[in-house]
Ligand binder design. Structure first.
Ligand code: BT5
Length: 277
């Protein structure tokens, strides 16, 4: 399936290989005990820095003003992995090529890090990717992503905030969340190695951000792991109107295809999943 308005689609290239761990370990990282939001800190960093030479990672033990998509709140108790990967697009790379398919590349990167953390306890099939980039274990949200594309002194900087509920009980989260939540600790019955989780995630985010468009393995992984196939769901379009339908697949550009009463519809980017019906 191809979206009519797009002039790009997936390529048959395999994804780039994962960068070696050594390369990831030397990447500059900044740690905060408490901060409002690592994504907000990334904006402050970009305002204060004339020229950010390369990628860097901001990590907080706890956030007092964690943000989700569309300005929603993200609860960030101690024990979670709350981080933002700041990625200045290299000058010799066309920013749009990096942006095409980015949401799904990042979603699959986070899915992989979570699936790796729970392997042995949960099969790959129980860890799902909820479009565009939430990760669920057995139907409960364990990770979310907030990606922002910023312009700074003529350069494009991609800011990817990832929250993974790791070493705390889900009972520490408010009871009125949009959808049920879980944590790695609850799923595994033991604490995870946060340092390893961070390295695994950063390696995969590095690969996702240095990619261009969607490669076929990423697209296939997303299609295979997609949550909610065939389930009646209400979606919100970027103009605020709602549409009811069931996801039947993903286009080659990574957009969900819905089956609705009026036929098949491709969800435009900027849409959101409201709730299951
Ligand atoms: C997201 O938004 O899922 C994006 C979350 C990104 C968080 C990271 S943490 C590091 C970086 N710094 C930040 O400030 N943000 C990023 P969205 O799909 O809009 O989901 C938000 C909704 O999820 C909320 O409205 C709640 O209902 C629910 N929620 C809030 N905190 C949660 C948590 N810890 N676990 C599961 N669900 C949560």
């Amino acid at each position: 399936m191809r979206g009519a308005s797009k002039d790009w689609s997936y390529t048959s290239r395999p994804p780039r290989p994962l960068p070696p761990l050594g390369e990831i370990r030397v990447l500059p990282r900044q740690y905060f005990e408490t901060i409002d939001s690592t994504n907000t800190q990334a904006r402050r960093l970009l305002e204060a820095t004339e020229h950010l030479s390369g990628p860097r990672l901001l990590v907080a033990q706890t956030q007092t003003g964690g943000v989700g998509r569309f300005g929603r709140k993200w609860c960030s108790p101690r024990g979670g992995l709350w981080c933002t990967f700041v990625w200045p697009v290299p000058e010799d790379v066309e920013p749009q090529a990096v942006i095409n398919g980015l949401g799904l590349r990042v979603g699959v990167a986070v899915w992989e890090a979570v699936a790796l953390a729970v392997q042995g306890r949960w099969s790959e099939g129980a860890v799902r990717l909820k479009w565009p980039n939430d990760v669920l274990i057995d139907g409960r949200k364990v990770a979310g992503v907030l990606t922002e594309v910023l312009r700074r002194a003529g350069r494009t900087v991609i800011v990817v905030g990832v929250g993974i509920n790791a070493n705390f009980p889900a009972s520490e989260l408010p009871g009125d969340l949009k959808s049920p939540a879980t944590t790695l600790r609850d799923e595994l019955g033991v604490m995870v190695d946060l340092g390893k989780l961070e390295d695994d995630l950063v390696r995969r985010l590095h690969r996702a951000l240095s990619g261009e468009g969607l490669d076929f393995i990423t697209l296939m992984t997303a299609r295979r792991q997609l949550h909610g196939i065939g389930q009646p769901t209400r979606f919100t379009l970027p103009d605020g109107t709602n549409v009811d339908g069931a996801i039947v697949g993903l286009t080659d550009e990574g957009s969900p295809v819905l089956r609705t009463e009026r036929g098949q519809v491709v969800l435009p980017s900027g849409s959101d999943v409201l709730h299951a019906l």
